[in-house]
Every structure is written in C-alpha cells, then in structure tokens.
Ligand binder design. Structure first.
Ligand SMILES: [Zn+2]
Length: 287
C-alpha cells in the first residue's frame, strides 16, 4: 500500500501519528523505527513554548527560595555536614554555582535560538538577518560573561578610571554596561518595530527584567555591601537574590519569546538534524 503523501511527496502529518515512508504503517510520534518494517523514522522533537516557560519558572522559583534559605541556615543554625556547601552552591551572589549555571545555559540557549532564526531568515532571504546574528553573538558573550564573571573583573579598572570608591556605583561596570544598553536600544528600535506584537512585547519585558535586575539592583545593592566582611548582611543577601532572580526571569522570558516567535515569524519552519557519517582516517598507503 502506498502511504499518503503531500504534494511535495513527504508523508502526511496526522495528529499524533506518523506514517512510515516505506510501508505506510502508522507509528507514534516518538518512534525511531517503524513498528512494522523497522524502517528508520525521523526522531521528532516538539518544543512547546508554554511547557518550557512553566518548567523554567519552577526552577527559578526553587532557586529564589534556596538562595536566601541556605544563607539563613549558614547564619542562624549550628554547623552540620553540608550546611556551608549548600549555602555556597545556591547563593545567587556567588560565582560558578547552580544559579550561574542556569543563567549561563539559558543565555546559551537564547544564542542558539537566535542563530537558528537568523539562519532560517537568511535561507528565505528575509530581512534583519544581521540583527539576529548580532543577537546570537551578544547572548553568547553574555553567557561567557556569566560563566567567567568578566564584568566583575572589569569593575576595578572602571572604578579607577572614573575615580569611584563606593556607594551606588561601587560595582562600576554598570556605567559602561548602561551606556551599551542605551546604544543597543537605539540600534534595535527599528528591528523591534518590525516584529509581531507579542514578540516585541516579550523582548521588551525580558530586557527590562534582565537589565533592571543586572544593572538596577546592582546599583541598589552597592551601598549595603560591606567591603572585606566575611559575611554580608541579610539585607544584602535579599537584594542580590532579587537581582539574580530578575535576571533569570528576564532570560527565561527571552527563551519563551524566541521559541514563540518561530511559528509566528517563520511559519512552517522545520529543522532537520542529520548527523553525517564520520570520515575514516585510514592511513594512506605509502608509495
Ligand atoms: Zn514501515
């Protein structure tokens, strides 16, 4: 029996069922091989933006609770095994721990999504391809920065350059970063204007959450930081937790907005991942 096909020759997509191109048998969406004839089937991964958002919000909610909770444990409870480890693993103001890993991964996913969108628009000769490419690069740099905390290292230099010692601009990297944000918004205004309304709103909200957290709360927490102290006040802990939570919410909304944009801006776009066979590295016969 011939399997039903579309005009382009590919099998008809029925809801919840995939037709084997070889024998026409109906298979489940997740089947890797045809149940009847063992013909290999495309492994289809469907990304549901709403489900992605819900799962990420649960993770961020847990992190936002764990960061101050484990800090309070280290403050108020007597020493017990794992107490300090948990405090440093989940404290949002620390580097190279669980919250940093999450924001690094989310920024990297955003970069990959922008690169996929740029590639698809490039293939259909769409507009604003350089803007998407630049976004992919910017999010890659932000992921690297989150991972290697480059902006924190830049603080001392900027502080010396601007003659700032303490106060709101104690974390002096916010000065060049704020400037970069203003330039970015100016350059991207037209790009934002051409996007579907829901995407535009999502990107604005994501940007406000991320920048508000990263720069806004960094400014707010500057005065309550006690230099050289082994432990900071709980007020500082709460401010930095709020700061990192806003950043994480911003990047989560970014991922959600980018995933939701794909069916709007690139209707019908499908990506196929084909793994090329490895070339063999046999030694050439000596002549
Ligand atoms: Zn089959």
């Amino acid at each position: 029996m011939q399997p039903p096909t579309t005009t382009s020759g590919s099998p008809v997509h029925e809801q919840g069922v995939r037709t084997c191109p070889a024998c026409g048998a109906a298979n489940g969406l997740t089947a890797a091989f045809c149940l009847q004839c063992k013909h290999p089937l495309d492994v289809e991964i469907t990304i549901d933006a709403g489900r992605v958002l819900r799962s990420l919000l649960i993770v961020i909610g847990a992190l936002a609770v764990l960061s101050p909770a484990t800090q309070a444990m280290a403050y108020y409870l007597p020493e017990f095994p794992g107490r300090d480890l948990a405090a440093s693993l989940f404290y949002m103001d620390n580097e190279q721990n669980v919250p940093t890993l999450c924001s690094t991964l989310l920024l990297l996913v955003s970069a990959i999504l922008c690169a996929m969108i740029a590639h698809a628009h490039h293939r259909e000769r769409g507009s604003y391809v350089p803007h998407w490419v630049a976004l992919a690069l910017i999010f890659s740099v932000l992921a690297l920065d989150e991972f290697a905390s480059m902006h924190e290292r830049a603080t001392l230099k900027v502080r010396a350059l601007l003659g700032i010692e303490s106060g709101a601009l104690r974390w002096a990297w916010v000065v060049p970063a704020g400037l970069a944000v203003v330039i970015f918004v100016f350059v991207y205004l037209r790009f934002l204007g051409h996007l579907p309304r829901s995407t535009r709103r999502g990107l604005w909200a994501a940007g406000i959450l991320f920048v508000g957290g990263a720069i806004g709360f960094e400014v707010l927490s500057g005065p309550s930081y006690v230099p050289g102290a082994e432990e900071q006040s709980m007020a500082y802990v709460f401010l930095t937790t709020l700061e990192e939570t806003l950043e994480l919410l911003g990047v989560t909304l970014l991922v959600y907005t980018l995933v939701s944009y794909i069916p709007l801006g690139l209707p019908g776009a499908r990506w196929r991942l084909r793994v090329a066979e490895a070339r063999s590295f046999k030694a050439k016969p000596m002549v």
